[in-house]
Ligand binder design. Structure first.
Ligand code: IMP
Length: 429
């Protein structure tokens, strides 16, 4: 029997590491692409033949003819976004994969999005999380409170009505009494939801069975994480996190695959750090360097258009990330963005209260106050965007890569030197 290969791809920092490109880069060899957590808060940008496609909800493998693309139970599905993204691909003749949705995926309802924004506003300045406003938090709240609607509930109009009546009564109380919002008329939610059910029905199937069959048939499965480790609801910089399990462990609850199915964990690391939204970010550069990284790296959110906070690479966060995920290999992205700098800084430690910390602190409050300790490496002036092998990179760029490998004790198997699929150095990923 052919042995399956199950790769899990996660972002190692605060998101926007360029996971979409790595997934797409690996795509030709993959049979099944799976998204298993998060929702339309993600923005995975894929550039093929100069054409840019941004996926928020659909797996990045959608551009590959004949592949199986799966939305697992752990993802929260916004039906409007799902249908719009799918229709967009269809219109452009790019819906080439077979798409399947788990009946157990929870549905992001219109009231979740309104609540997300209302709750953010109510938190007030200083307490805001800076959410994407896509209803992610409120939808996961309902899931765990056992008040959620799952994709399967949309498929039966009578059941949907039965479940939605009390839910909407509760949401309208919340909206009107607590947040001073207008109540939402029942039919404004129910009627579209029925239509979503009809439109979604052809995609719904037993994902656990399909994945088990894929493993048994020796297929190559790619589990495509969204957001990133430091935004994990348990292990990230709480409360400045997203509401799902972004670490490797989330892939099992989010799909029904078993830990022993996993072959490799691939972590995507950007050559510097970015963060969108609020929360501690020790290496943030608020001046010229931050601006330079933002401009050169095009660091503006694919989902919200917000400008990303930028700063140097942070080994403390990355070491923590390696521990939490048992990372086997690294994909280093956007190395070209650092070209032209005289010196490159890498944070290799934190100081807090006059002491050197030997680990990423458990408390977000402490993380807010740490002072990064930097090592300085020589930069390189050359344009590396045309480099196709590790050896063709300037010495200083090679050293930068080796420095990361040595610090994290994980090999860098892929290096991104430009946005296009072709601008990638593959060291045997
Ligand atoms: P939420 O996921 O919309 O609830 O937002 C919670 C936090 O996660 C905010 O700081 C967002 O900016 C951040 N976030 C959510 N999705 C992404 C992403 O795909 N990339 C980067 N940050 C994200």
């Amino acid at each position: 029997m052919k042995k399956s290969k199950v790769d899990l791809l996660i972002g190692a920092q605060w998101g926007d590491e360029g996971k979409g490109k790595v997934v797409d880069m690996m795509g030709a060899d993959v049979d099944v692409f799976v998204r298993y957590q998060g929702g339309a808060n993600a923005g995975h940008t894929v550039i093929v033949n100069g054409q840019k496609v941004v996926f928020h909800l659909l797996p990045s493998g959608m551009l590959y003819p004949g592949k199986l693309c799966i939305i697992g139970n752990g993802l929260v599905l916004d039906p409007e976004q799902f249908l719009a993204e799918n229709a967009g691909l269809h219109e452009r003749g790019q819906d080439r994969a077979r798409l399947v949705v788990s009946p157990h995926a929870h549905v992001v309802m219109p009231y979740h999005k309104i609540l997300d924004r209302a709750q953010e506003a109510a938190r007030g300045k200083g307490r805001q999380i800076g959410t994407t406003g896509r209803g992610i938090g409120p939808c996961y709240v309902d899931k765990y409170a056992r008040n959620g609607l799952r994709v399967e509930d949309l498929l039966d109009p009578d059941l949907l009505r039965e479940k939605l009546v009390p839910l909407m009564e509760e949401k309208n109380q919340l909206l009107t009494r607590l947040y001073n919002e207008k109540p939402i008329p029942f039919d404004e939610v129910y009627e579209p939801a029925r239509e979503w059910g009809k439109a979604l029905a052809p995609y719904v199937d037993d994902v656990v069975r399909l994945l088990r069959a894929a493993v048994d048939a020796g297929r190559h499965i790619l589990l495509e994480g969204a957001q990133a480790v430091l935004l994990d609801v348990d292990h990230g910089t709480y409360p400045y996190v997203t509401s799902s399990s972004t670490i490797a462990a989330g892939a099992f609850t989010g799909t029904g695959l078993a830990p022993c199915d996993l072959t490799r964990v691939i972590a995507v690391v950007k050559a510097y750090t970015t963060r969108v939204g609020e929360g501690p970010m020790p290496t943030e550069e608020r001046g010229e360097i931050g601006e330079l990284l933002r401009r050169r790296g095009g660091e503006f959110g694919a989902t919200t258009g917000r400008s990303r906070r930028c700063g140097w690479l942070d080994m403390m966060g990355l070491k923590y990330s390696m521990e939490l995920n048992g990372v086997d290999v690294l994909a280093l992205t956007k190395l070209d963005v650092l070209s032209g700098m005289d010196r490159i800084r890498i944070c290799s430690g934190y100081e807090y209260d006059g002491r050197r910390l030997d680990r990423f602190p458990t408390s977000s409050r402490v993380l807010e106050e740490v002072v990064p300790v930097y090592e300085t490496l020589p930069g390189w002036k050359e344009d590396i965007s045309g480099c196709t092998s590790f050896e063709s990179l300037p010495d200083a760029a090679q050293n930068f890569v080796r420095f990361i490998e040595a610090q994290l004790d994980v090999p860098v198997k892929l290096i991104g030197v430009g946005p296009d699929r072709a601008q990638t150095i593959d060291r045997g990923l």
